[in-house]
Design a protein around this ligand. Structure first.
Ligand SMILES: Nc1nc2c(ncn2[C@@H]2O[C@H](COP(=O)(O)OP(=O)(O)OP(=O)(O)O)[C@@H](O)[C@H]2O)c(=O)[nH]1
Ligand SMILES: Nc1nc2c(ncn2[C@@H]2O[C@H](COP(=O)(O)OP(=O)(O)OP(=O)(O)O)[C@@H](O)[C@H]2O)c(=O)[nH]1
Length: 445
């Protein structure tokens, strides 16, 4: 059974105007796998899911704004590069053959080289290989390996580039047995209390806290031992920066969140009880939903608001409405300050980890489906009735089911949802999304 977590992350870094967005659009436009069931989530160009050959990865664009002085460009490129170093498995460093080699490129290249992360150097705007190849060689001076010439606008050289990128991905078989400790990402807007929660969890459990050796990225990973079990907490705190414009801050938040969520099994989305649930929270939740992660919504600072006996239900209803695309999410009301219900948070994390990796035997699944079909007749169209032949669980993390039917067109979303509800009634699966793949099989009788 396959485990569908941990897609590699590829981050694009480069000066303004080198063509990052153009490359992004070329890759995302043709190869993006669109996830259709996240209503209310607008996808901006900050990240995209890309598939090349048989490998899927998440592409992140760390750039965005157009500063006007070269000082600002350099400092912002450094920040972009740092984010890429922190979150990516492979960094695409993009330069422009028309602008040639500029000083800030060299400085960023030094930084990337020191990180020891795999870097793929992309030289864009090579619209004619004959004409510009001599200029491409100049970029060997950056000292970060072979330049890969492309023309993003004309979609030339992109296949070779992707081959090169994929070559640097961690080996799949190695990656699988590398580490089976559950990974929990703590995500949320700035200032909601992410660090406070992690500190409190660590404090209460008197644990070994270590910055796990290796790459810089892991510096934000914290090992926690609770009841004799080991967990890895992935922290996205510390995004508050001075003098940042709102859009820019939002981009950093999303990039960091995608990076953390991608590496996690379970996501704890922290919401500030004082502020209530917001669209920004929904955007962050959407990232976890699209990636099929286990989901816990922790409403923090519960100590700080005035309450009567209905407050909790009203709050819960608001969260459910705003995050209506993830009815499976667990909700818990906590206070990092007083420690209220933090032990419950650990219990919830344990339960969600278990549900996210739960496997159900095929025989039992088919019994449940047969019962469900008997209780509510499948839909029909133009005299043809939907028939459900067989169901089996094909994967965990998240639990993924394949249903074989006579005609895919007849399998309406609402009937799939009905089957899903029956499976949830039987097995719970609280806190985890379930995926359904509908396959057609010829009439057997
Ligand atoms: N000739 C040529 N022009 C290109 C190519 N790729 C992109 N451009 C042009 O370069 C300009 C900048 O491209 P963008 O993709 O917006 O660059 P960017 O790196 O995303 O820029 P920022 O958003 O400022 O970071 C646009 O005018 C593109 O049309 C290419 O392969 N050849
Ligand atoms: N009243 C109350 N205040 C809290 C609670 N948790 C955190 N705070 C306060 O909220 C502020 C932000 O807490 P942090 O833990 O730094 O929040 P964060 O989400 O890590 O913030 P960033 O680093 O910006 O991402 C601090 O002043 C905390 O003391 C809580 O449960 N109750």
């Amino acid at each position: 059974m396959s485990d569908t977590t941990r897609k590699p992350i590829v981050a694009v870094v480069g000066r303004p105007n080198v063509g990052k967005s153009t490359l992004f659009n070329a890759l995302a436009g043709e190869m993006i796998s669109i996830v259709k069931d996240s209503p209310g989530i607008t996808r901006d160009r900050i990240y995209a899911d890309v598939t090349w050959l048989d490998r899927a990865f998440t592409l992140i664009d760390t750039g965005g704004i157009e500063p006007d002085s070269s000082d600002i460009i350099l400092s912002q490129m450094r920040e972009q590069a740092q984010i890429a170093i922190d979150t990516a498995d492979v960094i695409l460093f993009m330069v422009d053959v028309k602008q040639g080699l500029v000083d800030s490129d060299s400085k960023v290249a030094d930084m990337l080289r020191r990180s020891h992360k795999p870097v793929v150097l992309v030289v864009n705007k090579v619209d004619s290989f004959d004409k510009f190849m001599a200029d491409v060689y100049e970029f060997y001076n950056l000292g970060i390996g072979d330049p890969n010439p492309i023309s993003a606008a004309n979609r030339m050289g992109i296949g070779d580039l992707l081959d090169e990128v994929i070559r640097h991905f961690p080996d799949r078989s190695e990656a699988e047995d590398e580490d089976d400790r559950p990974r929990i990402a703590i995500v949320g807007k700035p200032n909601v209390g992410k660090s406070s929660i992690i500190n409190k969890l660590i404090g209460e459990n008197r644990v070994i806290v270590s910055d796990i050796a290796g790459t810089t990225r892991d510096a934000i990973d914290t090992e926690v031992v609770h009841n004799g079990k080991e967990y890895i907490f992935i922290d996205t705190a510390g995004l508050r920066r001075k003098n940042k414009i709102k859009e820019e801050l939002e981009r950093y938040m999303i990039v960091r969140t995608v990076g953390a969520v991608e590496r996690a099994d379970v996501v704890v989305l922290v919401i500030d009880a004082q502020e209530g649930v917001t669209e920004q929270d929904a955007k962050i939740a959407g990232i976890a939903h699209e990636r099929g992660k286990g989901m816990i919504i922790a409403v923090n600072k519960w100590d700080a608001i005035e309450k009567d006996d209905k407050t909790i239900y009203r709050f819960q209803e608001k969260v459910r409405n705003t995050l209506a695309f993830m009815p499976y999410a667990e909700i818990i009301f906590i206070s990092a300050k007083t420690g209220q219900r933090l032990p419950k948070l650990f219990e919830t994390i344990d339960a969600v980890i278990e549900n996210h990796a739960l496997r159900i035997a095929t025989g039992v699944l088919n019994e449940i489906m047969a019962e469900a079909v008997a209780m509510q007749q499948p839909p029909s169209d133009k005299g043809k009735r939907l028939r459900l032949y067989y169901i089996t669980q094909a994967a965990v993390k998240p639990p993924t089911f394949v249903i074989f039917v006579n005609d895919k067109e007849l399998m309406h979303f609402s009937y799939t949802r009905y089957i899903e509800n029956k499976i949830r009634e039987a097995f719970g699966f609280r806190g985890t999304p379930l995926k359904f793949i509908i396959r057609e099989r010829k009439e057997t009788r």
